[in-house]
Design a binder for this molecule. Structure first.
Ligand code: RP5
Length: 159
């Protein structure tokens, strides 16, 4: 199976990005994590993105806060799908949301909700599942479990 790369702009993003680690571990998807900043280590960020496909990655998740240019600079240097996680380091994350989502024509970043690291991992799993029937079955099973959990709560409330 192809790996997922989780890249974050600062070690201060790590507690939030660990939500993605957990989801990928639950689905037994191989991943590794890196700290590269679009501003503090731009050369290394670009080098990482440029070699990501040949290094065996299938999807990149990029989390950053404030002027969150990380997902964009990675997307500009690879044709792998890049999922951006805007992080609420300031202004409730609205700054990072706009910096991540408002990409120019031709260089898309699939942006999840502010602090949505768990959903970013689920989306990465869904992308990899396009070529992996076993993973696809696990995701379908997870959806059914979610449905059952909500219906159980509904039953309890209605009683
Ligand atoms: C961004 O600025 C990082 O992604 C982080 O969310 C935010 C603050 O970084 P630190 O000042 O905590 O390193 O580059």
């Amino acid at each position: 199976m192809m790996k997922v790369a989780i890249v974050m702009g600062s070690d201060s993003d790590l507690p939030l990005m660990k939500k993605a680690f957990k989801v990928l571990e639950d689905f037994q998807i191989p991943y590794d994590a890196h700290i590269y900043s679009a501003h503090r280590t731009p050369v290394q960020a670009i080098e990482f993105a440029s070699t990501a496909a040949s290094s065996g990655y299938g999807v990149i998740i990029a989390g950053a806060g404030k002027a969150a240019h990380l997902a964009g600079i990675l997307a500009a240097n690879t044709i792998l799908p890049v999922i951006g996680v805007p992080i609420s380091a300031s202004l409730g994350g609205f700054d990072a949301l706009l910096s991540t989502v408002q990409m120019p024509t031709g260089i898309p970043v699939a942006t999840v909700a502010v602090d949505g690291a768990g959903n970013a991992a689920l989306l990465a799993a869904q992308i990899l599942a396009l070529g992996d029937k076993e993973l696809s079955a696990k995701l379908s099973k997870n959806r059914i479990a979610m449905e059952q959990s909500v219906l159980k709560k509904n039953d309890e409330l209605e009683q």
